[in-house]
Design a protein around this ligand. Structure first.
Ligand code: HEM
Length: 399
């Protein structure tokens, strides 16, 4: 999701598997000492308190999302196009790009996808079950991973017959390199570059087609926009949706099932939506986001200089006892719940209504057909990311 240096490297404290499965004690310990700490190894500040994280995300004048404003910024070539997307643009440019698509992602607009999401969720689970004799499926492989890609393809207007190819490219682009040998990592990088180019070509053709043959889809909306986005901006936006929307939603669904299993709980219909908000607080799929200070500041007696990078820990803000009573308890009907799982302010997640709908519908369908019980042991494997929170595989029994 970023080419900003510190986002790509783990704080040392999170290197251990156990810590990445549950980083919350470390956050609490740090936050207890100060809202922010300088990490000399990564050369950035880590910010842990709710108030400071919210202030930094909410104040575009003082804090920039553009990593090019950071001292010592070095571009990471393969994802440079992301720098041209709204995720890394400050206002006023940001608002122009976002206005083009905002309407398309409103809750009332994504609502029409509900029957499609329900049908696909059922199909995916049934197909996975058909391959097994023991009624145990991996929630990640079977449902949480494929579903968001299928939904975004549909939303964009990718025809059904191209969906498998589309998914393959998309999978390659987000594939992690955990524990791989250097040669394999180089091979993956090569494949990712090729997939990125193939996908960009595919989008280029789709865009050209919709210019001639408008349809009821997002690509048509983008090409018809008044803001006349140039080709790079259009392609960047399509790629951004894949990168920002898919693995995040995968982890929301996986984290929900993980928590429900840990808590021996499954939400009744009336509690499903508040329970999903609580999942976003309790195990936020995106644990951190980065900002760059635009001016010198003093916070908690510490001197932050213009150009310093600040890693804002959403996952720590979401467990701050100054904001949430009993922050380490999962309270499925918690209200109010002003978690920062989708960020805050100008860059508040564009896809939040879609992610909420996908999670709600997929969990509804799963719970309506089956009794879901954990089939995982105490050997869960965290995903390989310094800012995403989730597990690679989550076996459950469906009776
Ligand atoms: C549970 C799933 C998701 C989570 C936890 C999540 C989280 C976030 C967060 C924390 C931000 C703020 C970034 C910042 O402040 O720097 C963000 C922005 C964004 N998200 Fe999501 N996201 C999710 C799903 C999606 C989906 C499904 C899409 C699109 C299909 C999407 C598209 C975006 C875009 C385009 C932005 C940038 C918005 C802007 O810069 O104005 N996200 N997301």
């Amino acid at each position: 999701m970023s080419s900003a240096g510190p986002l790509l490297t783990f704080p040392d404290a999170l290197a251990a598997r156990e810590r990445r499965l549950d980083p919350f004690d470390w956050y609490a310990d740090r936050r207890g000492a100060s809202p922010l700490h300088w990490d000399p190894d990564r050369g950035c500040w880590d910010v842990f308190s709710y108030d400071e994280v919210k202030r930094m995300l909410g104040d575009d004048e003082t804090f920039s999302v553009d990593p090019r404003n950071a001292s010592g910024f070095q571009p990471a070539g393969d994802q440079a196009f992301l720098l041209e997307t709204m995720l890394f643009q400050d206002p006023p440019k940001h608002d122009r790009t976002r206005d083009v698509v905002d309407e398309f992602f409103r809750p009332s607009a994504v609502k029409s996808l509900e029957p499609f999401i329900a049908e696909e969720s059922r199909r995916l689970v049934e197909e996975a079950l058909a391959e097994r004799e023991d009624d145990v499926i991996d929630v990640v492989d079977a449902l949480a991973y494929p579903l968001p890609v299928i939904v975004i393809a549909k939303l964009l207007g990718v025809p059904a017959e191209d969906r498998d190819q589309f998914k393959q490219w998309s999978d390659t682009i987000v594939e992690g390199t955990a524990g791989e040998e250097e040669a394999d990592a180089a091979d993956l990088q090569q494949r990712q570059m090729e997939a990125g180019m193939a996908l960009a070509n595919y989008f280029r053709e789709l865009v050209a087609d919709r210019q001639e043959n408008p349809a009821e889809d997002l690509v048509t909306r983008i090409v018809q926009a008044d803001a006349d986005l140039n080709e790079t901006e259009i392609l960047g936006f399509c790629m951004l949706l894949l990168i920002a929307g898919n693995i995040t939603t995968t982890n929301l669904l996986t984290n929900a099932v993980r928590i429900f299993g840990e808590e021996a709980y499954w939400p009744a219909a009336g509690q499903r939506d508040t329970a999903i908000e609580e999942v976003l607080r309790y195990r936020a799929p995106v644990q951190s986001m980065t900002r760059v200070a635009r001016e010198d500041l003093t916070i908690d007696g510490k001197r932050v200089e213009a150009g310093d990078t600040l890693v804002c820990w959403l996952g720590a803000a979401n467990r701050d006892p100054a904001q949430f009573a009993d922050p380490d308890t999962f309270v499925p009907d918690r209200r109010p719940n002003q978690h920062l799982g989708f960020g805050y302010g100008t860059h508040y997640c564009l896809g939040a209504p879609l992610a909420r709908l996908e999670a709600s519908v997929a969990l509804r369908e799963l719970g309506a057909e089956y009794e879901v019980t954990p089939a995982w042991g105490d050997d869960l494997d965290p995903i390989d990311s310094s800012f995403l929170h989730g597990v690679r595989s989550l076996p459950v029994r469906l009776d």
